[in-house]
Design a protein around this ligand. Structure first.
Ligand code: ZN
Length: 222
């Protein structure tokens, strides 16, 4: 599944109690990098050694967003998307969030904040990245493919609104059996950003029915 140019190795793992239940955190290190710069994480719900069996795995591939997830920035919806994904895998009883340390859609925190400065001057998220000499989306998905391969995940039901992510993962060798929309709330600060993601980056605007379907299935079981 993973190409020979991509190498990650499992470094450590432990269960951690969270407000989304007890999750297993598996840390990977990228080969050839200074370790502290390039660690990625798989966050697993359910038994780790049984993750890959029994059909497609509920999964999200999520890129780090320090401003949203740590600072609580209202410019994007990353924190809500991460939290919703962790709640979904916990509720499903089996799933994984692959958390990639590629801040700012791959351009790094420093350049992301430069892009924010341009946005404060009127540029949108795509225009700002292009003005700084970056692609609109510089993320790469071979790392996620290598991590899923290590976890014996052969097929995923992917939580995302981003068709480029589905295409990128498929190119990297991941079998995406279906896409589950993963739309979270807009606010006055991120509505323009989300509109650009829909208009210029092809993100699907449909509302999520899938997570509610999971919830109601669980409720019926309970
Ligand atoms: Zn964000």
């Amino acid at each position: 599944m993973s190409g020979p140019e991509t190498s990650v190795s499992r470094f450590s793992q432990a269960t951690i109690p969270t407000h989304n239940g007890t999750l297993t955190v598996v840390v990977y290190r990228e080969a050839g990098r200074r370790a502290e710069e390039r660690e990625h994480v798989a966050i697993v719900a359910g038994a780790l050694d049984a993750l890959g069996g029994a059909g497609p795995v509920l999964a999200r591939v999520h890129s780090e967003c320090w401003t949203g997830e740590t600072l609580g920035s209202l410019k994007c919806d990353c924190r809500e998307q991460l939290d919703r994904a962790l709640a979904a895998i916990e509720e499903a009883g089996r799933g994984v969030v692959v958390y990639l340390r590629q801040e700012g859609r791959g351009i790094g925190l420093g350049n992301k904040v430069r892009a924010y400065a341009l946005q404060n001057g009127g540029a949108d998220t795509v225009e700002a990245n292009l003005a700084l000499g970056f692609e609109a989306d510089a993320r790469r998905y071979d790392l996620a493919a290598a991590i899923l391969d290590d976890l014996d995940v052969r097929s995923v039901r992917l939580l995302t609104n981003n068709p480029l992510k589905v295409a990128g993962l498929r190119t990297a060798g991941v079998n995406v059996s279906s896409r589950l929309s993963h739309w979270v709330g807009e606010n006055q600060h991120n509505s323009a950003y989300l509109a650009v993601k829909r208009r210029k980056m092809g993100h699907h605007p449909d509302q999520s029915g899938q997570l509610r379907a999971i919830s109601s299935a669980r409720a019926r079981k309970g």
